[in-house]
Design a protein around this ligand. Structure first.
Ligand code: 4NP
Length: 157
């Protein structure tokens, strides 16, 4: 099962989602079955490490974020089984890239998998926020990744 996490810049939310999910997958001994990657709808930060504010906040919770930013491309619909977006703007842009209706069915909103935040509709962009924004992102992503892992394990069984 191959998962692609997508946000705007691929330097804050989606690399954090990738790191949190990889951590959970490794903890459960599923690294050989579940692969994680991330990308952005905007390519302006391509080649960069995640934003230092995100790396610091994630490291405090035990996640080492070291993926390099890249832009999503339509071939990602062939390579990945699920594409998980953070907000409506990501959803629209990724949907426009989908080569077919079947491919578009691979797109999910990350917050669909939240259980402790049932009212969350999106993972808010923290780029112009203070440190609370980054903590909020991690709270939502930890919740969503746990729910996503339950979903993926059911799909694999
Ligand atoms: P991300 O955050 O989409 O969570 O990676 C952002 C990163 C960069 C920009 C906006 C949001 N930017 O405008 O450059």
């Amino acid at each position: 099962m191959k998962l692609l996490f997508v946000c705007l810049g691929n330097i804050c939310r989606s690399p954090a989602a990738e790191g949190v999910m990889q951590h959970l997958v490794a903890q459960q001994g599923l690294s050989n079955h579940i692969e994680c990657d991330s990308a952005g709808t905007y390519g302006g930060h391509a080649g960069e490490l995640p934003d230092s504010r995100m790396r610091v906040a994630a490291a405090r919770r035990g996640y080492d974020l070291r993926s390099l930013s890249r832009q999503i491309r339509s071939e990602d619909f062939d390579r990945f089984d699920m594409i998980l977006v953070m907000d409506d703007s990501n959803y629209e842009r990724v949907h426009r890239l989908a080569p077919s209706l079947e491919a578009a069915g691979k797109i999910f909103r990350m917050t669909e998998f939240c259980r402790r935040h049932p009212d969350a509709t999106h993972v808010p962009d923290p780029y112009y926020e203070g440190s609370e924004g980054f903590e909020r992102v991690l709270d939502l992503l930890e919740d969503a990744c746990e729910g996503l892992l339950v979903f993926v394990k059911t799909a694999l069984s």
